[in-house]
Write a protein that binds this ligand. Structure first.
Ligand code: G6P
Length: 622
């Protein structure tokens, strides 16, 4: 049995989602159900194509699945046993009924995740050959190209092979051919697709969560493979032409894991799940009481040989990396730098033979992080991925991988993903420190204990204070600008606090090194500006307190997150006390407080918390 789960989806346009089915069952309720599970990825239009007798009926619209279901009631009354569906997040062409998938060209109807980079050139060629186009999408170009190839080859697999050979970019396609009743075809390169076997038929999806309502038997379609699904089974055509049937695996992820379970939002549920997620992520690596990554195929010798580390990631994962820098350098004495993945290639940091590149990604599909990974591999650097969604591109392509086991994260703004990344980075720091002799066995055991016991307990403690954080959020929610300040590791944590707030509440939030604020940004502090000050490091308390005084004297209203043993602040308006059982406890409690503050502020402002505007869960465009 495979441990883990999928939160994949993610093709280059990702955010888009694909589901397909063929079998004895009623396809349409399955497709709409699957699409509703895929909603969380963020989308602006939705559609499906269903085989009805000799024909393929297509229904699609801009907007939500509810709108599609209304249209469906009017347009398709007969039962269908073969269908494909899609949620689209616009890239080529704005959100509209016409640009929504599926797209049809001649005998071909398809849905697509990804971006065809040479669509302009292909479109010119196809137009010259007499093809016309209704939409602005690269997907319709792909459909037309496939239809031309199908006319030439009259064989679906050969046609798919010929058409995709002409495409540059990345794609996952679900395809129906008009004259191939009850058959669904699929192909992928660069965007994931998962096949699944249910009680009454076969499925494909870009995201395993979409299939959990129907089955837990799945198989991954590999890069370049073509799948042919029919009611009696699935045949996979490997890139070099050989065929095989999928080896079905079992996922122990439950449909409930991908549902709200009584919480108002997925984000709220995921914040609450953090103590469990930390324990899940650490327990396979701490059974002996010492940091032990042997189950991940990583030995102490490996850690011992690491001379320097480059951490590369995007968004919150990069923020986790910023804290990783501190942990690796302070605990293990390993020179470490952290890089925004989208910039990594333009100014590659100097690497040595013993440099380890660590890629962090919840989704495992973030395009910039993947590109950085490939770049590092080209340079023959050792690579290690810290990923949550198993079997995703980053996890597969990295030389080594450590899964975070946070469970499926549905809310766009990551919480438990980040929290488990941080706990794994902490454990890696302990493993490296121990392997390199920077700390002895006793200290390593103590560190493990703080991570396994104190960190989740500290998060639980902060969750118990959510009423208080709700009231503090009122101070923040009324304003349009909020600053987060801190020194040392609080600088990195402040970055995550600010990002959480702006992502979901749309309040402009900026993180600043507390001492740097006075070199310009303090001019933005005015009467009533909320400032969230972090003070988790005992030795930095006094200095941070001076900065709190500085902003207060300019009218700021300060929420101070500080250690339990810190003296009472003379200036802060509100204080949140953090446990001091260990450094990990203080850090993780502060993190939970920041998440709750952002969440409650967003609740007060009535935003779409799980699907904030303009954002996507997995950004698979560079
Ligand atoms: C998106 C998400 C962020 C996430 C970032 C990196 O921007 O909205 O929450 O931190 O991507 O994603 P990854 O899946 O690579 O961790």
């Amino acid at each position: 049995m495979k441990r883990g789960f999928f939160v994949a989806s993610f093709g280059y346009t990702n955010m888009c989602g694909i589901i397909g089915y063929t079998g004895m069952g009623n396809a349409l309720p399955k497709i709409t159900k699957g699409l509703s599970v895929l909603e969380y990825r963020g989308y602006d239009s939705v559609g499906l194509a269903a085989r009805i007798g000799e024909e393929i009926a297509t229904v699609k619209c801009r907007g939500r699945i509810g709108a599609l279901e209304e249209k469906l009631k009017m347009q398709i009354t007969a039962e269908s046993h073969t269908a494909i569906g899609h949620t689209r997040w616009a890239t080529h062409g704005g959100p509209s009924d016409i640009n929504a998938h599926p797209h049809r060209a001649g005998r071909v109807v398809l849905v697509h995740n990804g971006i065809i980079e040479n669509d302009g050139e292909l479109k010119r060629e196809l137009t010259a050959a007499g093809r016309t186009f209704l939409s602005e999408t690269d997907t319709e170009v792909a459909a037309a190209l496939l239809d031309v190839c199908y006319d030439e080859q009259n064989d679906p697999v050969a046609a798919i092979r010929a058409a995709t050979a002409r495409m540059r970019g990345s794609y996952a396609f679900g395809i129906l051919f008009e004259d191939r009743a009850d058959e669904v075809f699929a192909v992928r390169a660069g965007s994931p697709l998962i096949l699944a076997k249910g009680a009454d038929g076969y499925y494909l999806a870009s995201d395993m969560t979409a299939l959990l309502p129907f089955t837990s038997e799945y198989a991954c379609l590999e890069e370049g493979e073509i799948a042919h699904l029919c009611a009696s089974g699935v045949t996979v055509y490997a890139a070099e032409g050989k065929t095989h049937t999928p080896v079905w695996l079992h996922t122990d992820m439950t449909p409930e894991a991908a549902q709200k379970g009584g919480f108002a939002h997925f984000m709220q549920k995921e914040i609450e799940e953090q103590p469990h997620a930390i324990r899940q992520s650490l327990s396979p690596r701490t059974a002996s009481g010492l940091p032990d990554f042997s189950a991940d195929g990583i030995t102490p010798d490996f850690w011992r040989a690491v001379g320097s580390v480059q951490i590369v990631a995007c968004g919150s994962a990069m923020h986790a990396g910023l804290l990783g820098v501190r942990l690796f350098e302070e605990l293990a004495g390993v020179p470490t730098t952290c890089h925004v993945a989208s910039e990594y290639r333009y100014h590659p940091p100097v690497a040595r033979e013993d440099t380890l590149v660590i890629l962090i990604s919840q989704s495992g599909e973030t395009a910039d992080t993947l590109a950085a990974l490939r770049d590092a591999k080209r340079k023959k650097l050792s690579t290690l991925a810290i990923v949550n969604a198993v079997e995703t591109s980053i996890a597969r392509e990295a030389e080594r991988r450590i899964y975070t086991y946070a469970g499926p994260e549905i809310a766009v703004a990551t919480t438990k993903g980040y929290c488990t990344q941080l706990s794994v980075l902490y454990l890696i720091a302990a493993a490296m420190a121990h392997a390199k002799g920077m700390i002895g066995e006793q200290e390593a055991r103590a560190l493990v204990n703080t991570l396994v016991e104190d960190a989740p307990a500290a998060v639980e403690g902060m969750l118990a204070k959510k009423e208080m954080l709700r009231s503090l959020a009122e101070l923040v929610a009324q304003r349009e600008h909020v600053f987060f300040i801190g020194r040392g590791s609080d600088c990195a944590l402040a970055e995550e606090g600010a990002l959480k707030l702006k992502e979901i509440s749309y309040i402009h939030a900026e993180a600043y090194a507390a001492g740097e604020l006075k070199h310009g940004t303090i001019s933005l502090i005015e009467e009533g500006t909320p400032v969230v000050a972090l003070s988790t490091e005992q030795e930095l308390y006094d200095k941070t307190e001076s900065n709190v005084r500085e902003v207060c004297s300019r009218g700021a209203r300060v929420i101070l997150l500080c250690r339990e043993d810190a003296p009472v602040s003379a200036s802060a308006e509100k204080t949140v006390r953090l446990p001091i059982t260990s450094h990990a406890a203080t850090l993780f409690a502060a993190l939970a407080a920041l998440q709750l503050l952002a969440y409650e502020a967003a609740v007060l402002r009535g935003t779409d918390i799980d699907r904030p505007r303009n954002l996507a869960k997995s950004v698979t465009v560079e």
